[in-house]
Design a protein around this ligand. Structure first.
Ligand code: SAM
Length: 404
C-alpha cells in the first residue's frame, strides 16, 4: 500500500483490470485505510511482535478497516484477508494473517482506545501557521471522514431534476453532492454526459471570470480537464494546454462523453507561445495539492518540496500574463492550503505588475460565504468550510485584469 515511497494514488492504475463495481469498492477500502493508517498501524502493533512482510501487513491493514471502520462481519473480513496472501510465495503468511485478523475482530475496545495519528508534519505545520492550530485540527478531522463526491452540471438548469434523480444535494454553489456515490459511471446522466466529477471548490475558480461565452479562453495546465469542460459548457472557444499527453487523454474522453469541444495542445507552457492573445486565461498551476487531502489521503505520506513548485507557478503566471488581450482576465488558482502557493504568489505578481488589478470575487454570484473572499478580493476555500456537508477542497483563486 505504501511501498518504495509510492502510495495508493500512484497505483490506482493497477486497479484498472477490475470490473467497475469492484474497482469502486477496492478504491473506497484503500482510501479509508490510508485515512486511518496511523491509528491502524498503532493498533496492529499490539498483536505483532515485529512488522510482518508487506503483503501480510497490507492484508491486516485492510482487514482492520473492514472490521473496525466499516463493520464488516468477522468471517467475511478475515476470509478476505487470508485470501489476499494465499497465492504464490505469500502462502506462508496465511497462518499469521488468519491469527492476527481474528484477534482484530475481537478487539473493539482496544480500537476505541487507540487515537488517530496527527496530521503529517509537512502539512500540519504550514497549515497551522497560516490558519491557526484549531483550523489545522479541524482540517485533520475532516480529512479522516469519507469525502462526498461532487458533480458539475453541463447545463445548470437541470440541477433540481438531476438532484432528485441522483438523490443528491444541490449545494449553494450549483454543484450536486452525493454522500455515497458507489460506482460513478453507473449513475443516471453519466452516459449522456450530463455532468462530470469535480469537487465543489474546484468548480469555483472558472466562475471568477466574467462571462466567457463566445470568448477565446486558454485553460493552461488543463488536464484532466474539469475546468475546460466548465469553460466549454459556458460557450467559450477553449484551448486546453497540458504538458501531459496521457492526462489530456482523460480530457479527450470527457469531452466525447459530454459532447463538448476544446482544442487540445500537449506542450510545455514554458516553451509554447500562442498565435494570438486570449480574452481570458485560467491557470490552474501545479502545486502540492495539499487542499485535496480529504479525497487523497495518500498525500500525507508523500511530502512535497515547495521550492520548485513555487518557481514554476511564478514562471507560468508571468508567461500567461503576456498572452492576454487588452482588458483580458487571468485566473490563477492552486488546490493548495499553503499561502506560499496562493496568496503569496499573487502578492509577488502584483508587486511586479502595478498595471494589474484584482477583480474582486462576488460571493453571492459564486454561492459561497462572504468570509471565503479575502481582503484582496481573492477566493480562499479550506476543507473545514461547510463541515456539516462534508467540507470542500482547499483552493486559492484570484482573477487579475489586464489594462484596456
Ligand atoms: C492542478 S493540475 C490541473 C488540473 C486541471 N486544471 C483540472 O481542472 O482538471 C496541474 C497540471 O499542470 C500540468 N503541468 C505541469 N507542468 C506543466 C508545464 N510546464 N506546462 C504545461 N502543463 C504543465 C500537469 O500535467 C497537470 O495536469
Amino acid at each position: 500500500m505504501l511501498r518504495d515511497h509510492r502510495a495508493l494514488g500512484d497505483q490506482i492504475g493497477s486497479l484498472d483490470r477490475l470490473a467497475p463495481p469492484d474497482r469502486a469498492r477496492a478504491q473506497a477500502l484503500a482510501t479509508a485505510t490510508l485515512r486511518h493508517l496511523g491509528r491502524i498501524d498503532a493498533f496492529l502493533d499490539h498483536f505483532l511482535t515485529r512488522r510482518p512482510p508487506a503483503p501480510a501487513l497490507d492484508a491486516l491493514r485492510l482487514a482492520t478497516t473492514e472490521l473496525r471502520v466499516h463493520g464488516i462481519p468477522p468471517h467475511a473480513a478475515v476470509d478476505a484477508a487470508v485470501r489476499l496472501v494465499s497465492a504464490g510465495k505469500n502462502r506462508t503468511l496465511a497462518g499469521l494473517v488468519n491469527a492476527v485478523a481474528r484477534r482484530v475482530a475481537d478487539a473493539a475496545e482496544l480500537w476505541e482506545a487507540t487515537p488517530e495519528a496527527p496530521l503529517a508534519d509537512w502539512l500540519a505545520r504550514p497549515i497551522a501557521a497560516a490558519w491557526g492550530k484549531a483550523a489545522a485540527e479541524r482540517i485533520a478531522l475532516v480529512s479522516r471522514q469519507p469525502s462526498p463526491v461532487d458533480l458539475t452540471l453541463r447545463d445548470p438548469s437541470t440541477a433540481s431534476a438531476l438532484a432528485a434523480e441522483l438523490g443528491a444535494t444541490l449545494l449553494p454553489t450549483g454543484s450536486l453532492r452525493l454522500a455515497t456515490p458507489g460506482q460513478v459511471s453507473a449513475l443516471p446522466g453519466f452516459d449522456a454526459g450530463a455532468w462530470w466529477v469535480q469537487d465543489a471548490a474546484a468548480a469555483l475558480p472558472m466562475r471568477l471570470l466574467p462571462d466567457v461565452a463566445g470568448r477565446r479562453v486558454l485553460d493552461l495546465c488543463a488536464a484532466p480537464g474539469g475546468k475546460s469542460l466548465q469553460l466549454a459548457a459556458a460557450g467559450a472557444e477553449v484551448t486546453s494546454l497540458d504538458i501531459s499527453e496521457a492526462r489530456l487523454g482523460r480530457l479527450r474522453d470527457n469531452l466525447a462523453r459530454t459532447q463538448l469541444a476544446a482544442e487540445l495542445v500537449a506542450a510545455d507552457a514554458l516553451a509554447w507561445t500562442p498565435d494570438a492573445p486570449y480574452d481570458a486565461i485560467l491557470l490552474d498551476a501545479p502545486c502540492s495539492a495539499s487542499g485535496t487531502l480529504r479525497r487523497h489521503p495518500d498525500l500525507a505520506y508523500l511530502p512535497r518540496d515547495l521550492a520548485p513548485l513555487i518557481t514554476l507557478q511564478d514562471a507560468l503566471l508571468d508567461r500567461a500574463w503576456g498572452w492576454l488581450a487588452p482588458g483580458g482576465h487571468l485566473v490563477f488558482c492552486t488546490c493548495s492550503l499553503f499561502p506560499a502557493e496562493g496568496e503569496e504568489r499573487i502578492a509577488r505578481f502584483l508587486a511586479g505588475h502595478p498595471e494589474a488589478t484584482v477583480l474582486p470575487a462576488d460571493p453571492a454570484r459564486l454561492g459561497v460565504e462572504p468570509a471565503w473572499i479575502d481582503a484582496s478580493g481573492a477566493l480562499r476555500t479550506r476543507p473545514d468550510f461547510w463541515p456539516g456537508e462534508g467540507g470542500v477542497d482547499g483552493f486559492y483563486a484570484a482573477c487579475i485584469t489586464a489594462p484596456s
